[in-house]
Structures are given as structure tokens and as C-alpha cells.
Design a protein around this ligand. Sequence first.
Ligand code: 4AD
Length: 550
Amino acid sequence: MSEIYVNPTTGVDTDSSKGTKEAPYKSPGFALFKDPDAKVYTFKEVEGKADYYEISASALKKAKKICESLKRKAGKKKKLEASKAEREADESAKLMAAMKITITKDESLPAPKKIKIRNIAQHIGERVEIHGWIHRLRLQKGHAFIILRDGTGFLQCVLTGEFANAYQTLTLTVESSLTVFGTISKLPEGKSAPGGVELIVDYYEVIGLAPSGKDSFTNKIQEDIDPNLLLDRRHLALRGETLSAVMKVRAAVLGSVRRFYQDEAITEVTPPCMVQTQVEGGSTLFKMSYYGEEAFLTQSSQLYLETCLPALGDVYCIQESFRAEKSHTRRHLSEYTHIEAEMAFISFEDLLDHIEKLIVKVVDVVMKDPVAGALVKQLNPGFVAPKLPFKRLQYVEALDWLNENGVQNEEGNPFKFGDDIAEAAERKMTDTIGVPILLTRFPVEIKSFYMKKCADDPRVTESVDLLMPTVGEITGGSMRISDKDELLEGFKREGIDPAGYYWFIDQRIYGTCAHGGYGLGTERILAWLCNRFTVKDCSLYPRFAGRCTP
Ligand code: 4AD
């Protein structure tokens, strides 16, 4: 009988050990597994003498049990390896066979009509040519199902026979781009696919094959992936159903906003983004060197819009605004798309009426749009369009509400006149009240230099924030000071040198008028409409502290 040696301290349970005194195993179970008939000696100290001693009967019994379990595990592993090898062999045989299949275009078929997926319903029974990307892919015996996406919709494409078994089909990957040819057919009873139709493919070409394996799209954009990685891969993440849906709704909102302004005879202008004046306080200015001079990225185009009034009448712009917001919140971005309008010869009441009308009309048009409306319902199933008139609440009334409901100010005290209503308190109030609120008449001290004071109470301004449940403020606006001297006082109060604002002050000198306007955050209205947790999900490539890529 052979001898085998075990040393629990210096031994190792691997194939490199020999079970000798010089290269012992670590455990008796493993030693028996390697040589079931051997006599086992373990290294231990007996009466002060460390040496190899024959294993005790009880330790041997235990070792045999462990040995049996190791044998079972090894058997299972062997089986798995064998079936894996078998599968791989099958797979490669299938691929070898697939390589022999050539798929060819049948030139005798009618010439296809090149169409977009959104128009499929008008081409049932016709032969068409469609270009797109593989959104989902299912390969079955004798069938391949491709959900093709072209930006206008999704279409199930069915490949059968030689097409399903060809090498080109078996090696297809998600996000590859294709041209498919085939006939659009109504789905058989009991089957479901986007649009209730499918394309029976008679030929297709791969334009760009996306990677498989570790670089595959599905590997790069997994659920539960680190959110930062997902932002690094925003260019890929945008192809997903949710983000692309929000971007579609975004386009519809911007289109509907433009349509509203057109209907109201408000003219679009394009003010500069590189400026040398501030609008909403120095702390959020992005400074830049403009050929050596100090300049900023614009916080708001409001001042420029004001100067356009005598030239063009009421004006609006849809422009990027920039805010150096260092804190990370659900509703702040460093760059956002700012919808701003300015109107001449209006009263504060006119301004409030206009803002609520804008929101109601824009939402109405978006919801009636067959694509965008359906996407909003999908993203935000409980969405109820707001109705006119909106609830109006004055700042002082809001303070009463907050104090009555036990909401405290930022110092943890009851609210008092002059306190800013910070994001959390504002959201608590808006979410509890549960309807859009036009919050008006904020104190002079917490608002910008240009805001007009109320005639009946000079402590407060003709200012308004529109608050929406789940998001809070989506719009900020006011009537503007139309008197030059009063405006200069505003500059003085805020410690701003008026010299650089001569062109803005001139608006009050060359034919002043009562006027007012507002700014609407595109990402905020979308967060509300599409029920997104953060505005970051509503921006194409969000910018915030620490993120300027891709
Ligand atoms: O309240 P704000 O700062 O007002 C102005 O800029 C005015 N000058 C606009 C005007 O009267 N023409 O900003 C207006 C809106 C906010 O209600 C909010 O929706 C959005 O712009 N906003 C932001 N959105 C995303 N990230 C930020 N950091 C934002 N700051 C403001």
C-alpha cells in the first residue's frame, strides 16, 4: 500500500502537490481523493514531538466523507465540461453548415418601396425596403425574429428557411444596422408585435455588424449598471426605449412651444450665449476668457429679449442657459434649454394668464400627438393634463401654509417674511397640494435686481414661480422695472456696476413700456410630464458638476 503525506500548515491541495513528505497535501480528504488506497500520514505534534503520524480512525472516517463529496463534484464538473464541449461542437457544426448557405436576392420579386416604419400600416401586402437597427433579436429553430428600430417606430421582421439558418443570421447582434426587404403582413390571430404587423423578409443586408461577446451592446448597457458608467455610455444608452422616448417627447414639447408662440404672434430671436452681464446672481456665473476679456456663458437671455421689444414686439427664444450649480439636486443642471419670452404693454395679471395658457396648450398639443402623447402615457401612466385656471398663491400665503403644516425653513425654524422657500419645502407644499401653483409676490430681497415692485406693497415684487407636483418650480418670471432710476437702484441694491448694462438701461430711455416675461426650464417640464426622477434624464447629454463628457 502506498503512503501519502498531509501537512495542514505547509501543504497544498492542488495537482502540483505530490503527497510526499517534501510536497504534502493540505487535507486528508483531498489526499484520499488523489489516492484512495493510500495510507495517510498527517503532520502533527504528539507529546512535544512534531512529525508525520498515521491518521486516526475518526479523522480517516471524516476524510473518506470529504473524499466522496470531492468525487461527486469532479463527476459533475466532467459532465458539464463534456456537455459544453458537445454544445460547442454542435454550434460550430451548425455554423459550418450555415456558412455553406448563401442567401440571395430574388430579382424576380416586385421592386420594393423604401419606407419608414411609421408608415407600415399604409403598405400592408406590399414589398418594401426598410433601414434600421436591431433592437431585439430572437433566434429559434428555423425562425429568426428581429425587432427593427428606425427612429420612427419598431417593426418585427421574420426570417424563415435558409434565411434563418444562414451564417449571417446566426451571427447577428443587437444594434447592428440592416437593410431589410420583404412584404408587410398583418399578424396571425393571437400573435403580438409592434403595430400589429410584421415583415416577412425575403432578403436582407448587414450594413454594420455590432460587436458580440464582452463588447456587445447588451453587455455595455445592462440594467443595474453604475449610473456613472451609464452616463459615460450615454451615446449608447440613448438608444434604449426610455431615454429615446423622453427625447421624442422633448422634441414634441419644443415643437408645440414654437407653435404656441407662432399662434400668439410672438417672434423667435436668437440672443448670444457669450455675454458680459449677469441676470440671476454672480454665484452661478460660468466665467470665461473672451480674447482676454472677462465674459460669461449666459444665465438667461431675458435682458436681450427686453431690448428686442421695441424692434420686434413680443419675442421668445429657446436657448441654452448655463448655471454653475455646484450642488447635485434632482432639478439642477449646469446647462439647460431655456424657453424664455418677453411681452410688452402687459400687466402682471396678463403675464400669469399667459403662463398658464402656455402650459395647458403645450400639454394639450403634445398629448394629442399620436407619437408623443402615447409615449407620455407609457412613461407616466397616471398623468392628468392640468386645467385652467391654475391655483394662485401669494408668497405670504405660502409661508402660512408651510407654518401650519409644520414645514420649517433652512435654519429649522418657522418661516418668516423674507425667507427663501428652498427646494425641499417648496416640493413638500406642491406635492401635498397636488396641483399646479402660480406662486406670486416674492420679497424684493430674495429676487433679482430687475423685478418690478408691487404698487400696493413695495416690500414685494410682481414675480411668479410656476410650481408643479413632483418637480416644483418649472417657470420663473416677473414684470420688469420700466423706470430707469428705479432700475439703477436695483443695480445698486445688488452691488452690480450698471456700466456694462447701458444697452439694457437704454430700453428704459428710448420709449419705455410696461413689460414682463418668464423662463421655462425644458428639462423640468419634461421631468414633470414624463415622470422622471431627475432632470438629467430629460437632457440629451446632461451637464452637471463633474460631468462634461461625452
Ligand atoms: O428662475 P430663473 O432663474 O429665471 C430666470 O432665469 C429669468 N431670467 C427668466 C426670465 O424671466 N426670462 O430660471 C427660469 C427657469 C426655472 O424656473 C427653471 O425651470 C429653469 O429655468 N432653471 C433650471 N433648469 C435646470 N437647471 C438649472 N440649474 C436651472 N436654473 C433654472
